[in-house]
Design a protein around this ligand. Structure first.
Ligand code: GLN
Length: 406
């Protein structure tokens, strides 16, 4: 018997059909002549979870050039390579409020952020390598690791962009004159054109996004691609600057860090949960995929993915509290992964129960605790020290040592 269709993929099919039926006008980009050949009817949604589960609907294996989506991932590679402080001297982190190809530099001559062309070209110049080929190879390997498969460049699109790319060369020259761009203009823009011409499909974007969602660990290959703080920094930038001069509206409506490209792709990330890739070539006036924006807005609303939604109340870290009046002993059973929020709840309940029960002994049963963050361990140790100071006997049952100070 065939396996039943997965309900998540089925929900994606429905979103595709509803968005197709709606009115989302757009035009396929033609300022890069090769992109004008994009099929306006193609439409795909794919998602990958941080547990490595994948879902897809529509034309999810159709390949297209990654374009500006590459900028977020190349920025992550550069941060991992040089560290935030060094990179910040070359490119800022402010939304520009301007179009992707704007001449956008601050008083120090830095491009406003790495997700518009000026900033992206500077970012590419910070990739190790002296020739365009060396830089591109470094980028290709890095982005392939994010996707969990070997990506390749569409040389025809890259050549087409190079032939019409004088505005990007001009941005690179301005950046070089201020010292933001290192290396030569020509090598850098050639590497940049080819980085934008790496071929991906919607599923690749989903896995790349899921890697950022998963603290920099690709959930399919289980490889750490960039350190966790770098993944967080890339997501911060995507949430403030990822959708060009539509970024504020996007955060307001959709509420997910995202990055779009002129070939019609968008990657969106639900941190700690999913990476989502969508693809539909016709672009709205800002340069974002018109149907892609509509699909992500619908997904965010229907699936409750907005970053600032009221989150579901997590399961209590205290699974049981038992008081034995004969021995004046209270036992608290803890469970799961303890972070600051969980430790705050444990401490709050412990203080309350000691007051109310009059117990003289507190037993913390931590057998079912899977992990504890540094701040959770600190709070719990502080709680126990204070309880001891108040004359309460403490026993901690922690066979795996998860509550031990690291
Ligand atoms: N390669 C494109 C360019 O530089 C990328 C722009 C985009 O996707 N917004 O013009």
């Amino acid at each position: 018997m065939p396996a039943p269709a997965n309900p998540v993929s089925y929900a994606f099919e429905r979103v595709l059909a509803e968005v197709r039926a709606g009115d989302h006008p757009g035009n396929v980009a033609d300022y890069i002549p090769e992109l004008a050949k994009g099929d306006p009817e193609k439409f795909a949604i794919a998602a990958a979870s941080v547990s490595g589960h994948s879902y897809a609907a529509g034309d999810s294996t159709t390949r297209f050039t990654i374009q500006s989506i590459s900028k977020a991932f190349v920025y992550a590679l550069v941060l991992a390579e040089h560290g935030v402080d060094a990179v910040l001297t070359h490119v800022g982190v402010e939304p520009s409020g301007q179009a992707f190809n704007a001449i956008s530099f601050d008083e120090q001559g830095r491009p406003a952020n790495p997700l518009i062309n000026a900033g992206a070209i500077v970012t590419t110049s910070l990739i190790p390598g002296t020739t365009a080929d060396e830089r591109l190879e470094h980028i290709r390997q890095g982005l392939s690791a994010f996707a969990g498969r070997e990506l390749h460049c569409d040389e025809t699109v890259a050549a087409s962009e190079s032939a019409t790319g004088d505005r990007n060369r001009a941005l690179a020259m301005l950046a070089r004159s201020s010292g933001a761009l290192v290396g030569t203009v020509e090598d850098t823009v050639e590497a940049y054109f080819r980085q934008c011409s790496l071929l991906v499909d919607a599923h690749d974007l989903a896995v790349m996004g899921a890697t950022l969602a998963n603290d920099g660990v690709n959930p399919v290959t289980e490889q750490q691609i960039v350190p966790a703080p770098v993944a967080r920094d890339a997501l911060s930038l995507m949430s403030s600057c990822g959708m060009y001069d539509h970024s504020g509206q996007w955060l307001f409506n959709v509420g997910l860090p995202a990055k779009s490209g002129v070939a019609g792709g968008i990657v969106a990330v639900a941190p700690g949960e999913y990476g989502i890739g969508v693809f539909s070539p016709p672009l709205d006036p800002v340069g974002n995929s018109a149907r892609g924006v509509a699909a992500l807005r619908m997904l965010s609303e229907e699936f409750g993915l907005h970053l600032f939604r009221h989150p579901a109340r997590p399961v209590s870290p205290v699974s049981a509290i038992e008081t034995d009046p004969h021995t004046a002993t209270t036992t608290m059973r803890l469970r799961g992964s303890l972070d600051f929020v969980a430790a705050e709840q444990v401490a709050y309940e412990a203080v309350g129960i000691i007051d109310a029960s009059g117990s003289r002994t507190l037993v913390i049963q931590a057998e079912d605790v899977t992990e504890a963050s540094n701040v959770a361990i600190m709070l719990l140790h502080d709680l126990l020290t204070r309880a001891r100071d108040a004359g309460i006997d403490i026993a901690v049952i922690d066979p795996d040592g998860v509550l031990r100070r690291k």
